[in-house]
Write a protein that binds this ligand. Sequence first.
Ligand code: FCB
Length: 498
Amino acid sequence: MSILTRRRLLRDAALSATATAGAGLSAAAGGAGLAAATGVLTAGCDSPPGGDPTAGPAPDRLRFPRDFGWGAATSAYQIEGAAKEDGRGESVWDTFSHTPGRTRNGDTGDVAADHYHRWADDLDLMRDLGLGSYRFSVSWPRIQADGTGKPNQRGLDFYKRLVDGLHERGIAPMVTLFHWDLPQALQDAGGWENRDTVHRFADYADAVFRGLGDRVPVWLTVNEPKTVVQNGYLWGHHAPGRQDPDAAYLVAHHLQLAHGLAVRALRATGHDTRIGPALNLHPCYPADDSPAAAAAAKLHDGYENRLYLDPIFTGAYPADVLAHLGPDSRMVRAIRDGDLATIATPVDLLAVQYYTPLYLTGDRNTVTRWPTSEADWQQIYPQGMYDILTRVTRDYGPVPITVTENGLPCPDTLGPDGTVDDAGRIAFLRDHFTAAHRAIADGVPLESYHVWSLLDNFEWAEGYDQRWGLVYVDYPTQRRIPKASAHWYRQVIRDNGL
Ligand code: FCB
């Protein structure tokens, strides 16, 4: 980015931060936002780690609370590979990625980062990084090839080894039950449009809880239900590749119900471990000062955030979204007595995944306000982290929060000296950690933070082109090379701050 472009963006940043301050946050938060927003633009892939010289004085060193959990995250289909081993069945992502034209370069997760075979070395890597927490997901088709019936012991054993290996290295496991790899056999029976899948999920969750026991201190139910709804059923660029709005929101309800039943299944085991949902939240802002833009941002916030937060934390779907969907929508017709009580079964924590803000025009189109990353949907805006964390605490009470995903894809290359210089990722993480620190100072009960991702991996429809890892994966050899950001993160963890 040229210095002129950067200056223009910085000016826009300051202007927009002023608009944000007027758009709902308290005066104190808005003021802090203005200061932070000037740091925002230091965070693209081409930025130096020292930040932009026009970004103002560096803040004082930041210390995080004692026992703050520094972590990293992955998911099964994105890293494991070993697609046909030890009785694993097929998932919708096997089908989707093997369908010509669905993923970039026709990439699939057949081998991915080969973590299924390299897990022990990967755990050593995590220990060397100093991670206190590691978030990964269990592959449903490894536990139940067709999504039903007796659990596959070989599948469970893999995850047992992982959990034990983490404990041996002093790392707390955080396990997601569902990170999008629905068994294909269940998809063939209607997938998440079929209410029966919800009960299959509860059975699967029970099998995993009993199989891994109480050595998993934190469980997460469904990863980003919104992404399944939007990418999988509205836009069709994720599995199962549908474009059917009416089906999409029915799927939303069933994913929420699946979440609630999983919480109940954990309680029924009697294990004294914690559980919560993993939601990707997008702060929604009006793109201009018009009342129409304000109204559009509010409704959009309903679809992006409240549709998932409200039923879990208040026991009701947002009225504006239900009214907008209309009484004849498949979702509205599918809600049965007792469903909302199930969805609202009390949870122990909320996992927040933050990547990008959204800006809405009066006609409910989105516009791009900030520089985007290699992922064109991601605008780089650390203030959004602060805004979403404080908003959740303000609107839903002091439920403990963990950030389970936040990160940046960069065009990382292995240099001739064998290092990977991802200065832009360091700047991005520094700005987002700083925003999270401010949220904690302002009362958000944030207990841990997981960078997406530990390793470069299969980024869904983008295949292997986008690299999100702290650790570079040389796919032809599967060699792992910690990037500059991994070395930097190790120091952050050591200092418990930056
Ligand atoms: C999130 C997904 C995760 C990864 C990141 C970049 O939406 O949960 O698997 O793809 O985006």
